[in-house]
Structures are given as C-alpha cells and as structure tokens.
Ligand binder design. Structure first.
Ligand code: NAD
Length: 356
C-alpha cells in the first residue's frame, strides 16, 4: 500500500503529521513518501505541482493531502498559484468523484448553527462530480456581446456541459455508495431550466434501472439548498454536478458546526484517490499548534476504506475519534465550556491512544 504524503502549506504540515502518526499506529504496513505541493513546492522548485510530486502521486494507491494556499501568492500568475496543484492532480489522475460526508458528532451538536434537534445524528454524504460542468466547459472567455439588448457591449461567458459517460460514471458511483448505506439517493439538478441538467436527470433515471434496490428521488438545486437547512436528516446520499455540489457541500459542512471535522475523498475509476480535509490552509493559525487535525485524520480513514481496502482500520480510526470527543478533548475551533482545550499534537496523540 503506497501512500503519497503531500502536506502543502499553512496548517497542512501540522495536520498531516498527526494523520501520519495515526496511520503508523495501526500496525499495518504502508510505504509512505512525502513531497512538496502548492506554495511549498513553488518556493522549492518554481511550480506548485512539480513533475516529481505528480509522478509520486500517480504511482501511489492513494494521496494524503493537507491544504495549499496563502494570501502571499495571490499576485502570482494563475498557473503558478498553489491552488492549481489540486486542479492539476484532479486532472492528471482523473479524480471525477468527490465524496464529502457531513456528520454531526453527538458531542458537537451545539456547534451547528441549526437547532440541535435538526442536526443531532446527522450523517449525509454528498457526491459531487468533479471534472466536468461549467467549471471546465469550453468555450469560455470575454468578448463583445454578439446579440441581444446589449449587443456589442463587453461580456463574459462560460459553458455548462456534460457528456453521457461523465454522468453515467458518477451515477454508478452514487448508486453503489447508496447501496452501502440506507439505499436512498437524491439526484440534484436544475432540469426545469437547464438543458444540461435535464440530460443529467434522464441519464441518472436510466442508470437507476440497474439499481432497483435503491430508492431514487430528484430535486431541484434551489429546493435542495432549502431542504438542507430545513430538514437535513431527510437526506442520505446526494449526487450532483460540479457547481451545485461545490455549493451544497459547503452548505452541508456548516450543518456540522466545524470545518475542522470534515474529511473528503476524490476518486477515479481505479479507486485511486486523493484524501484531504474540506478546509483550506488556514494561514491565520498556521504554526501555532492549534489547528484541528481531525478532518485530516478522518480523511485518512476514508483513504483506508475506499482506496486501500482496509475497512476495519478505517472503523478503528473513526471510533477512536468519537472516543476522544467523548473524553471532552477539543481543539480551539470546537471548544466549549466544560471541555478540555488541547493543541494539534495532543489531539493526534489522543486519537493514537484511543486506537488501543
Ligand atoms: P480556510 O478553510 O483555510 O480557513 C477558514 C477559517 O477556518 C479560518 O479562520 C481558519 O483558521 C479556520 N480553519 C480552517 N481549518 C481549520 C482547522 N483544521 N482547525 C481550526 N480552524 C480551521 O479558508 P480560507 O481562509 O478562505 O483560505 C485560506 C487559504 O486556503 C487560501 O489560500 C485558499 O485559497 C486556500 N484553500 C485551500 C483549499 C485546499 O487546499 N483544498 C481549500 C480551500 C481554501
């Protein structure tokens, strides 16, 4: 089992170190190799995703990724900015399926901005298509408007598009994921307005024929955004396109209270995956030893389950995380009165101890 460790920038190295500690404590045999990515790689070699890092990632079964980015790189040309490393990895490895679970841990229910009864026990999974849609569609650009009331005026445009195979493969991933859970899948679209998403809806409905045991429902994205804050527990697995998934998964993350708790996985059709916390590099707290490492530790658990076929080890980590929360240990982002404030390394150590 070969794991590429890409810590990145800001709090990335601190939180990844804790996840590595937890992986090493499992008693399994991993081959782990570390490489710079993002701003760290730009500093070292002039590019956010150097060939050596990309080749390491390609050769690995899985990538454990911290976070990239810092405001100091905002003036660099776009191709050299740290965030380009993630896009480059997604593209080079064909990571089309993004899994973002939103779980509200019992002990953190009060941290949600919603009423505790709405989120207690929340456990939903958003599956976002990651390589198509309006984010990548061509043509795009700026020009003089060719027609309409403002013909000749400067305009900008993007192209929303999906091919049949792109929709089919993400639909299969979603039905299979729903099968492993409560067998309920909601496909989110905007079929009432967009041709692309009528196509999406038609194809998801076709693929459903192969999964008669899964209950499929369709929902417009505006309604889904509303239902996520009205009755989030009514969902189990949601599948949607790149842009809607981007927005809905961030909305769902806030239901759980802290971004420091949320893991994510991006998989290709060979189950090779990039695993990272849902948050960024948090430059405001980098180097202070206060970042919450649990999202990264939980990302390592997802990596064991989805790419390395080690479901039991994944369960062990997830149980250990619940145990440390039950012990009342909290990094500052999830701290509340009556609990014990700990730093990044102490939290990692506590998870290692709880594994035993
Ligand atoms: P961010 O997620 O880094 O931080 C938002 C807020 O959440 C900050 O107050 C931060 O301190 C806090 N936070 C984040 N993770 C935390 C953790 N583990 N523990 C405790 N608190 C935590 O988002 P931002 O501030 O908008 O972006 C900072 C940088 O990260 C930017 O350069 C941005 O481009 C980059 N970014 C990278 C990724 C990625 O690597 N996948 C994702 C999002 C943003």
């Amino acid at each position: 089992m070969k794991i590429a460790i890409l810590p990145g920038d800001g709090i990335g190295p601190e939180i990844v170190a804790e996840a590595v500690k937890v992986l090493q404590a499992l008693g399994l045999r991993f081959e782990m190799e570390t490489a710079p990515v993002g701003g760290a790689a730009y500093e070292a070699s002039g590019h956010p995703l150097p060939d050596s890092t990309l080749n390491l990632a390609k050769a690995a079964d899985a990538i454990l990724f911290g976070a990239v980015g810092d405001w100091k790189y905002d003036t660099l040309e776009r191709a050299l900015r740290p965030e380009q490393a993630i896009l480059g990895l997604r593209k080079a490895l064909g990571l089309f399926a993004n899994f973002r679970p939103a779980i509200c841990y019992e002990q953190l229910t009060h941290a949600s901005s919603l009423k505790p009864e709405l989120v207690a026990g929340l456990d939903i999974l958003i599956i976002r298509e990651l390589t198509g849609d309006i984010y990548f569609g061509q043509p795009r650009g700026r020009r003089g408007a060719p027609d309409g009331a403002f013909a000749g005026a400067e305009e900008a445009f993007d192209t929303m598009r999906y091919t049949r195979p792109e929709i089919e493969r993400i639909a299969h991933v979603a039905f299979q994921a729903a099968r492993q859970r409560s067998k309920r899948l909601t496909s989110v679209d905007k079929a009432n307005v967009l041709e692309t998403f009528q196509f999406w809806k038609d194809i998801v409905t076709e693929v459903h024929k192969g999964y008669p045991d899964v209950e499929l429902s369709h929902m417009y994205v505006d309604n889904a955004a509303m239902q996520l804050v009205k009755a989030p527990k009514a969902f189990d697995v949601i599948v949607t396109g790149n842009m809607f998934g981007d927005i809905l998964s961030d909305e769902a993350s806030m239901l759980t209270g802290s971004i420091g708790m949320l893991p994510s996985a991006s998989l290709n059709d060979k189950k090779q995956g990039l695993y990272e916390p849902s948050h960024g590099s948090a430059p405001d707290i980098a180097g202070k030893g206060v970042a919450n490492p649990l999202a990264t530790i939980l990302s390592a658990a997802m990596m064991l389950r989805f790419s390395l076929n080690q479901a039991e080890a994944a369960n062990r980590i997830e149980t250990a995380v619940k145990k440390v929360l039950a012990q009342g240990l909290r990094t500052p982002d999830i701290y509340s009165e009556g609990t014990t404030r700990v730093g990044t390394a102490q939290m990692g150590d506590a998870v290692v101890q709880a594994l035993a």
